[in-house]
Design a protein around this ligand. Structure first.
Ligand SMILES: *Cc1c(COP(=O)(O)O)cnc(C)c1O
Length: 353
């Protein structure tokens, strides 16, 4: 950080290049392009794939709203399909059933850090000639069913570095391009449409100010260096929770993986036993001094997506998850005593304590 301040180059400087280089090396890809947020990374991904007016893109209703909004920015339509019960990621069979004449792409979201079924989705994309944009904003460090790091399969993929993500630059994002030409175009589009070798007032395409400052990049460099331990800590906290909550009758704890799949722990979200009033549980926990949250609401039910015709009841698996999911306090520095306390209060709030 001080190095950046002393250099006088607060944006578009060497620290940004270093962050991109070190992040790419960590992920095991050729190159990455940093942006001002996960949302702006997604927007550039949508533009790269040329998705726009009249195009339909199959995606998940159980997500953070940015994964659908990025399509709306370009006039493309999010076509939601239901998710799988165990992973809460897009169900490839439902995606296949939804792929129609106007479908141009797939936008899977690795929700809660669980790797989506990419081999099946890629096969579907090949069959129908679809583009793929992976929203890996919650999945930094996750590993898929073929043992590959999420975001490193050769598809366009995005990460986010908002304060609650596995690593943070305050605000920030990253997009993984499919080769040097895309990388150059992304660097131009994030910088008002300037090519690298152009003057400040030369613009050869439509662009945006989606830059990340070198100050933020300095935070990113420091975070990449300790990413392994950050991720390990999160996994350890999650394991403590699951060990303690697994014995509560009817409680469904999030799976850490299946086969080669490994979740990257973004949040710790349980599904409450059937019949338990989730919102009353949140209130009872709050009275006991424990913050928890209904997480996530289905995005197809937000007003601006209802305008496209979406309604309750269309995606029963996603909607059931939205109705009974509860996010518990979760951060890497959480101690065993803190986890114990949350688990005790939750047990009491459920009337079993
Ligand atoms: C955080 C997040 C984003 C957006 O990231 P920002 O940096 O907040 O713009 C997109 N998709 C998902 C699934 C996210 O969790």
């Amino acid at each position: 950080m001080l190095e950046v301040l002393r250099s006088g180059q607060l944006s578009l400087g060497p620290m940004g290049e270093r962050f991109e280089r070190e992040f790419a090396a960590w992920l095991g890809v050729e190159d990455v392009v940093m942006t001002s947020s996960g949302t702006t990374a997604l927007h550039l991904g949508v533009r790269m794939l040329g998705w726009g007016e009249g195009d339909e893109v199959v995606t998940s209703p159980f997500s953070f709203v940015a994964s659908a909004n990025c399509l709306l920015y370009e006039g493309a339509k999010p076509v939601f399909v239901d998710v799988e019960e165990e992973t809460l990621d897009i169900d490839p069979a439902a995606a296949a059933a939804a792929a129609g004449e106007r479908t141009v792409g797939l936008l899977p979201v690795h929700i809660f850090g669980y790797p989506a079924a990419m081999p099946e989705l890629e096969a579907l994309a090949v069959e129908h000639g679809l583009g793929i944009l992976e929203d890996a904003c919650e999945a930094l460090g996750a590993v898929d069913s073929e043992g590959r790091k999420v975001g490193a399969r050769g598809n366009l993929a995005t990460f986010a570095f908002y304060a609650n993500k596995q690593m943070t630059t305050g605000e920030g994002g990253m997009i993984v391009p499919r080769g040097p030409e895309e990388a150059a175009r992304l660097r131009s589009e994030r910088n008002q449409g300037r090519a690298v070798d152009m003057g400040w007032l030369d613009h050869d395409r439509l662009g945006f100010n989606y830059r990340l400052s070198d100050l933020a990049a300095a935070l990113g460099v420091a975070q990449v260096e300790k990413l392994g331990s950050l991720l390990d800590r999160r996994a350890a906290v999650a394991q403590m929770y699951s060990e303690r909550l697994g014995s509560i009758e009817g409680m469904r704890t999030p799976i850490p993986g299946r086969g080669s799949e490994v979740r990257s722990w973004f949040v710790y979200t349980v599904r409450l036993p059937q019949g338990v009033d989730r919102d009353a549980t949140i209130a009872r926990l709050a009275e006991r001094g424990v913050a928890s949250k209904a997480y996530l609401p289905c995005i197809h039910l937000f007003p601006h997506l209802r305008e496209l015709g979406y309604r309750e009841g269309q995606f029963p698996v996603a909607e059931a998850a939205a109705a009974d999911s509860l996010a518990l306090p979760f951060f890497p520095a959480m101690s065993e005593a803190q986890v114990d306390r949350v688990c005790q209060e939750l047990t009491a709030a459920l009337g079993q304590g």
